[in-house]
Write a protein that binds this ligand. Structure first.
Ligand SMILES: Cc1cc2nc3c(=O)[nH]c(=O)nc-3n(C[C@H](O)[C@H](O)[C@H](O)COP(=O)(O)OP(=O)(O)OC[C@H]3O[C@@H](n4cnc5c(N)ncnc54)[C@H](O)[C@@H]3O)c2cc1C
Length: 630
C-alpha cells in the first residue's frame, strides 16, 4: 500500500499548504546545528528566522489588509510543521509571529496594526511577549508589574515594583528583541483596572537596552538553547498613551477608563482567550516532534538485529519482538489520534477566529477548553513517546547524532509553557462541570469556591466531531456480553462516553457534598478527581476525531489500516485504565484480560505496516538523517 493514501487523511483541510511547507523545509533543511555555543546557536537561529521571514509563511496568520495571508488555520499548520525540524527555530518563530505579532493583532487596534504589523511580519521589528513574572506564572491575573497613567504627560509609566514582578523566561528578550508586549496592571485615577497589554520598546537600533529597562539573560537551559530567554525589569519607563493595546480597554487623554467588558476578570480572560493560537500551535508542534521520533525509531527497529531465534541463522530484527512492537505501535496509534484531534481543533479555531460576526460565548469557551485539553495531552504524549523512541534505539538513541536526545531536551518544557498542563486540565474540568458558564480561566480560590457551589446538576456529553456517524455507531453497538465487542467502534465510543459521564458526575457529587464545608478545601481535596475528569474527556474527544478521520478516508485499504490503528488507540487506553473499568464494573475480569490479548493481536497485525504508518507522516528526508540509520 502507498503511504500517500494515509497522508491524505493526515493532511486534512490544509493538505496543499502542508505539501508546500514540507517541500520548503526539505529544500532549506532547517536542520539542527550541533555542538554550537549558546551564542552561536542563537545567531544561527536568528539567521534561519530571517530566511523563514522571506518565505512569506509567517504572514499567513495576519490580516490581508496589512499584507498578511488571512489564513489562521494555515498559519497554525505551517507552524506545526516547523516542529519537525529545529525546535529552537520553531519556538523563536512562535514568539515573534505567534505571541508578539499575535498580541499586537488581536489585542491592538487599527493604529497598532498600521504602524507595526508589516515590520513584525518582515522581522524588521523583533519582539517579545512578556507576561510571566518570577513570582507569577500560572496565576497571571495577579501579575504585579504596573502601568500607571499620567494625564499630565499622557503617558503610562511602567514599573517593576519588586523583584518578584520581574518578567522572566521571556523569549527573544536576552538578545534580539527590540520591543515587548508587556502585561501589567493598568492604574488610572488611582484605580487599578486589571491586567492589560502595552507595547514597550526595550532596545535601541544598536541593540542596547533603553533607559530604565534592565535586561537579564536566563542563560543555558535544559533545551531550546537557540532561543534567547531573558528577564526584564522596568524602572519608571514612560510610553505614550497609544502604547496600550486597546481593543478591550482604553484610557482617554484625561485618564478616564472605558471598556466594552465591565468586569476586570472577564475582560482579562477574554483577552487570554483570544490568544489561544500559541497554545494550539505548541500542541501541533509536539505531535510533529513525536512523529519524527517514531519515524526514526521504526526505521532503526526494522534494521537493528539482536539474538538468534532457534534454528535461524540470522538474528531477529528488534521490531519483530512483541515487547518492541508494544513500545512503538500503541504510541503510533495515539499519535495518529492526536494528529486528527489537532486537525479538528485547528479547523474549529479557524472557523471561530475567521467568523465575521461575534461568536457565542459557549463556542468560544468550548474552543478554549479543547485547546487546553489537547495541548496538555499532546505535549505529555510527546514527552513520553520521545523517551520511548530513545529507549527503542538503545545506546544509539542516546547519541546526539541520532537526534532523539535533542528532541527530548527541546520538547520537555512544552508541558509547562503556553500553560502548565496540570493547570490546563483543571480548566478543562471546570468548563465541563459548569457547562462553560463560569469565567473559564479563573482558578483563584474565590472563583473555585463559586465553581464548587454552582456546578450544573446534570452533565451532558457534547459530541464534538462526526456527530451523526457517532450516533449511528453508538446506536448500533452490541450489548456488553456479545462476542467481538472489543472491536466494535460503537461499543468503544459508548464506553468512553460512559466513563466520562461517570467520572464527571462523581466529581460533581463529591464537590457538592464537600461544599458545605470550606469550598476551597473541597476543590483542593478533589483535585485528583477533577484531573481525571478532564483526562477522560479529552480521551473521548480524541477518539471522536479519529472516527471522523476514518469517515473522511476514501481509500478502502487505508481505511482498513486506520480502523485497526483506532482499535489499538482505544484498547491500549482501556488496558492502561483497566483498574478503573474493573473497579466500576464496566469490564469483567476475563474481558479485562482479553483487552491485553487484543492489544497483542493488534500489534502483531500492524507490525508489517509499521514503516508505512510512519512514512505516511511524510517527514522530509533531511529530518530523518541519523548516524544510526547509516
Ligand atoms: C523555556 C521557556 C520559555 C518561556 N517563554 C515565555 C515567554 O516568551 N513569555 C512568557 O510570558 N512566559 C514564558 N515562559 C513562562 C511559562 O509560560 C511559565 O513557566 C508557565 O506559565 C508556568 O509558570 P511557572 O513557571 O511560574 O510555574 P508555576 O505556576 O509556579 O507552577 C509550578 C508547579 O505548580 C503546579 N501548580 C501551579 N498552580 C497549581 C494549581 N492551582 N493546582 C495544582 N498545581 C498547581 C504546576 O502544575 C507546576 O507543577 C517560558 C518558560 C520557559 C521555561
Amino acid at each position: 500500500m502507498n503511504p500517500e493514501a494515509l497522508t491524505v487523511v493526515l493532511d486534512g483541510q490544509w493538505a496543499e499548504l502542508r505539501r508546500e511547507v514540507r517541500k520548503q523545509l526539505s529544500e532549506n533543511a532547517y536542520d539542527e546545528p550541533r555542538d554550537l555555543s549558546t551564542e552561536d546557536y542563537r545567531v544561527w537561529v536568528l539567521d534561519q528566522l530571517h530566511k523563514l521571514a522571506k518565505t512569506g509563511q509567517p504572514r499567513l496568520g495576519f490580516a490581508r489588509e496589512y499584507g498578511g495571508g488571512g489564513d489562521i488555520g494555515g498559519s497554525v499548520v505551517s507552524f506545526e510543521l516547523l516542529g519537525l525540524g529545529d525546535l529552537s527555530l520553531m519556538v523563536k518563530s512562535g514568539v515573534q509571529w505567534g505571541l508578539f505579532g499575535g498580541a499586537v493583532q488581536l489585542l491592538g487596534t487599527k493604529q497598532h496594526h498600521e504602524r507595526y504589523l508589516s515590520r513584525i511580519m518582515d522581522l524588521d521589528l523583533p519582539g517579545c511577549f512578556a507576561m510571566t513574572e518570577t513570582g507569577h506564572g500560572s496565576d497571571v491575573q495577579h501579575l504585579r508589574t504596573t502601568a500607571t497613567y499620567d494625564p499630565e504627560t499622557r503617558q503610562f509609566v511602567i514599573d517593576t515594583p519588586d523583584p518578584s514582578a520581574r518578567k522572566d523566561y521571556i523569549g527573544n528578550a536576552a538578545r534580539d528583541g527590540r520591543m515587548a508586549v508587556v502585561f501589567a496592571q493598568l492604574v488610572t485615577g488611582g484605580e487599578s483596572r486589571g491586567v492589560h497589554a502595552f507595547l514597550v520598546p526595550i532596545r535601541n537600533e544598536l541593540g542596547e537596552p533603553l533607559p530604565g529597562v534592565e535586561i537579564g539573560d536566563c542563560g543555558r537551559k535544559g533545551g531550546l538553547n537557540g532561543v534567547d530567554n531573558g528577564r526584564l525589569t522596568f524602572r519608571s519607563v514612560r510610553v505614550p498613551r497609544e502604547a496600550l493595546l486597546n481593543r478591550y480597554g482604553d484610557v482617554a487623554e484625561d485618564g478616564t477608563y472605558s471598556s466594552p467588558i465591565e468586569s476586570d476578570g472577564r475582560r482579562f480572560f477574554t483577552m487570554l482567550g483570544t490568544l489561544i493560537r500559541g497554545r494550539i500551535s505548541v500542541a501541533g508542534a509536539a505531535t510533529s516532534a513525536a512523529e519524527r521520533a517514531l519515524a526514526l525509531a521504526v526505521r532503526y527497529g526494522e534494521q537493528r538485529r539482536q539474538f538468534n531465534a532457534p534454528g535461524d541463522a540470522e538474528e531477529v530484527v528488534v521490531l519483530d519482538y512483541r515487547a518492541h512492537q508494544r513500545k512503538l505501535l500503541p504510541a503510533i496509534a495515539k499519535t495518529y489520534a492526536l494528529h486528527f484531534a489537532q486537525e479538528e481543533l485547528v479547523r474549529k479555531l479557524h472557523e471561530i477566529q475567521s467568523a465575521e460576526e461575534e461568536v457565542d460565548e459557549h463556542s468560544q469557551r468550548e474552543l478554549e477548553s479543547r485547546a487546553a485539553g489537547i495541548k496538555a495531552m499532546a505535549t505529555w504524549h510527546a514527552t513520553k513517546t520521545i523517551q520511548t523512541a530513545r529507549e527503542a534505539c538503545g545506546g544509539a538513541g542516546y547519541l546526539a547524532a541520532n537526534v532523539l536526545t535533542v528532541l527530548k531536551a527541546d520538547t520537555d518544557v512544552f508541558t509547562t509553557f503556553e500553560g502548565d498542563n496540570t493547570v490546563l486540565l483543571q480548566l478543562v474540568a471546570k468548563g465541563l462541570l459548569t457547562n462553560y458558564r463560569d469565567h473559564f480561566s479563573d482558578l483563584s480560590p474565590l472563583a473555585m469556591a463559586r465553581f464548587v457551589a454552582e456546578q450544573v446538576v446534570e452533565t451532558v456529553i457534547e459530541r464534538t466531531a462526526a456527530r451523526k456517524v457517532i450516533e449511528r455507531l453508538v446506536d448500533a453497538a452490541p450489548g456488553r456480553d456479545d462476542d467481538g465487542v472489543l472491536f466494535d467502534r460503537g461499543w468503544q465510543v459508548a464506553l468512553f462516553e460512559d466513563r466520562e459521564k461517570h467520572v464527571l458526575e462523581g466529581c460533581a457529587r463529591r464537590l457538592r457534598r464537600a461544599a458545605e464545608g470550606d469550598p476551597f478545601e473541597a476543590f483542593n481535596d478533589a483535585q485528583d478527581h477533577v484531573l481525571s475528569a478532564a483526562r477522560v474527556h479529552v480521551d473521548r474527544v480524541v477518539l471522536e476525531a479519529f472516527v471522523a478521520a476514518i469517515e473522511r478516508c476514501e481509500d478502502d485499504e487505508a481505511r482498513g489500516v486506520l480502523n485497526q490503528l483506532c482499535d489499538l488507540y482505544v484498547l491500549s487506553n482501556l488496558e492502561e485504565d483497566r483498574a478503573w473499568f474493573l473497579e466500576h464494573g464496566r469490564l469483567t475480569a476475563s474481558r479485562a484480560k482479553s483487552v491485553i490479548a487484543a492489544v497483542n493481536e493488534l500489534c502483531a497485525k500492524l507490525r508489517p505496516d509499521a514503516r508505512l504508518l510512519v512514512d505516511a507522516f511524510a517527514i522530509p528526508e533531511p529530518f530523518l538523517r541519523a548516524e544510526m540509520l547509516g
